[in-house]
Each structure stands twice: as structure tokens, then as C-alpha cells.
Design a protein around this ligand. Structure first.
Ligand code: ZN
Length: 305
């Protein structure tokens, strides 16, 4: 009797303590008008509201924005940046085509001379819009690149890299060189499960290589902005975070391979979960990791054309 009461008390206490240490509201759930502008260094910063993290750079000669979330939050971002810089957006860059990174292109790209993205982005964006019936809402990049692209922006240089298919077939890594701030787009889901878009050419094996190349390309001084993160870990990090993401992808591939070798289905394999990545479980989506394993299982059992 005593023991049972003790157990019940203990579990109640555990519940209370969990409640008290509840994680802060995820950036993706911020209400409209509550977007967060955070300077990083040397004119570079980030904006969080709904969707993928926006990066920005402002100096005396230009205002540059990376990614555009959705129209409403893009308008809030545009207004806030114009107020802070006294300029309109000169250059908009898309890290990739996904709707939560390009949905506000018509707003943030309205005054921009260039919208820059990887070669494959306009095609992938159109394909996604056809599937969703949102063709009328699209604004596409008007300048594209295959492997790298750069432009002098006042006293800053912005340089873009593409290291092959990873999160999608058209990912760009964006470096503000003098600030030494890098926007990774969705190449890093910081300490959380990922979105692996096989239909858009995702390649988890090369994704691991891309993260290693980026780790070698930059230094311990570099500050990274990530498209998405676990609320506890946020959307900023250092280059070791790139290797955490690589190891997560490696663990997904190992788990999928083990399931394939054991003759299990994708769903059964996913249900086995992943040891050592408890911090990657999001409150809102406890099945995220299982879904990732099943997707990688599919990737590894599908013969590429
Ligand atoms: Zn994405």
C-alpha cells in the first residue's frame, strides 16, 4: 500500500517537474507579429517566425535576405529589416525550394534585383506547387548557379556552394565571408528528426558527405544558422553540429540496413527506433524518427532510374 502510494506520488512529481521544465515555445509556433530578430555579428543575423529560419545581412550598401518563410511572416521580416537598415531588400537567396523557405518570395523578393538559388530550385519549386495547387503563389529565382556563386555586397562577400544532392537535389550553403556566418538551409535539422524529400532528389549518403565537406570548408569560428532545430538546442550552432547531423543520418542508414537484412518492412524497421538520439525527439512529433527510418529504408530499397 505504502509502496503503491509512493509510486503514484513519484510519478505525479515526475509529471510536475516535466511540466516545470517544459521547453520554450518552438519558433515555428510563434504567433504572427511575434517574429524574433537576432543580430549575430558584423551585420548578419537571423529572423525566426513560421517556417525555416531566415538569415539576413545589412550594411551601408545592401540588404541581403536568405529564405522567405511564408507571405505573412515575410512581410513582418521585410518591415523589420527595412526599419533597421533604412533599405529595401537588394538580394534574396533561397537555400532550397521548400514552401517554408520560398513561400514569401513575392514579398521579400519584390524589390530585389536578384533572387538566387541552385539550378534545380525553380523546377523543384514548380513541381511542388503543381502538387499543392499553388502555382499562382510562386515567385521563382531569376539567377541560378551549379556549383558556386558569389557577389561583393558593400564590404562583405556572399558566397554560395552546392555540394550535390542531400536534403533535396538543389541545396545551397550560403556564407557571409567576413562575418563568417553560414546559412545551412535544411542541411541541418539541429538535434531533431529531419525531412527527407525523396521526391525532390534527397540522398542521405551524399548528405553525410556534404556535411563533412562543409565541416572542412569552415572553421571553429564560423557561426551556423540552421533551417530548423529542436527548441532546446535552437537554430544556431558551430561546425560540430554538422557532425551531429551526419551521425544522425548515419544511424538512420544503419537502422534501415539492419531492417532490410532482417527481412522486416519499412514500418517495422521504423518502429524499432534509434538508440542514442533521444534528444532528437520533438514533443510535437514523437514518431518523427520512426518516419525517418522508414523513409531511408525506402530510399535504400528503391532502384534509382
Ligand atoms: Zn526543406
Amino acid at each position: 500500500m505504502h509502496r503503491r502510494r509512493f509510486l503514484r506520488t513519484a510519478s505525479t512529481l515526475a509529471g510536475v517537474s516535466l511540466g516545470m521544465s517544459a521547453l520554450p515555445l518552438p519558433a515555428s509556433n510563434l504567433r504572427p507579429g511575434a517574429g524574433l530578430f537576432t543580430p549575430i555579428r558584423r551585420g548578419a543575423g537571423r529572423f525566426e517566425s513560421r517556417g525555416g529560419t531566415i538569415g539576413w545581412l545589412m550594411n551601408d550598401d545592401a540588404l541581403v535576405v536568405v529564405d522567405s518563410q511564408f507571405p505573412e511572416s515575410a512581410a513582418e521580416c521585410r518591415d523589420g529589416l527595412q526599419k533597421r537598415s533604412g533599405r529595401t531588400v537588394d538580394l534574396l537567396i533561397n537555400s532550397h525550394h521548400h514552401g517554408d523557405h520560398t513561400g514569401g518570395n513575392s514579398v521579400l523578393g519584390a524589390d530585389a534585383k536578384h533572387i538566387v538559388a541552385h539550378d534545380k530550385v525553380p523546377m523543384l519549386q514548380r513541381m511542388q506547387a503543381e502538387q499543392r495547387g499553388t502555382l499562382d503563389a510562386q515567385t521563382y529565382a531569376n539567377t541560378t548557379f551549379a556549383e558556386s556563386w558569389h557577389q561583393e555586397i558593400g564590404d562583405e562577400t556572399v558566397r554560395l556552394y552546392h555540394f550535390g544532392p542531400a536534403h533535396t537535389a538543389g541545396d545551397a550553403i550560403i556564407h557571409f565571408e567576413k562575418a563568417d556566418v553560414v546559412h545551412m538551409g535544411d542541411l541541418v535539422f539541429n538535434y531533431r528528426h529531419a525531412y527527407i524529400d525523396l521526391g525532390a532528389g534527397a540522398d542521405t549518403a551524399n548528405w553525410m558527405t556534404v556535411l563533412e565537406r562543409a565541416h572542412d570548408q569552415f572553421t571553429d569560428n564560423t557561426v551556423f544558422i540552421f533551417g530548423h532545430g529542436n527548441p532546446a538546442n535552437g537554430v544556431l550552432g558551430r561546425r560540430e553540429n554538422l557532425l551531429v547531423m551526419r551521425d544522425y543520418l548515419g544511424a538512420l542508414r544503419d537502422a534501415a540496413e539492419a531492417g532490410i537484412n532482417a527481412g522486416m518492412s519499412a514500418i517495422e524497421t521504423g518502429a524499432h527506433g534509434l538508440e542514442g538520439f533521444q534528444s532528437h525527439v520533438l514533443q510535437g512529433n514523437p514518431d518523427g524518427i520512426a518516419g525517418n527510418i522508414a523513409t531511408v529504408f525506402e530510399e535504400m530499397t528503391t532502384v534509382k532510374e
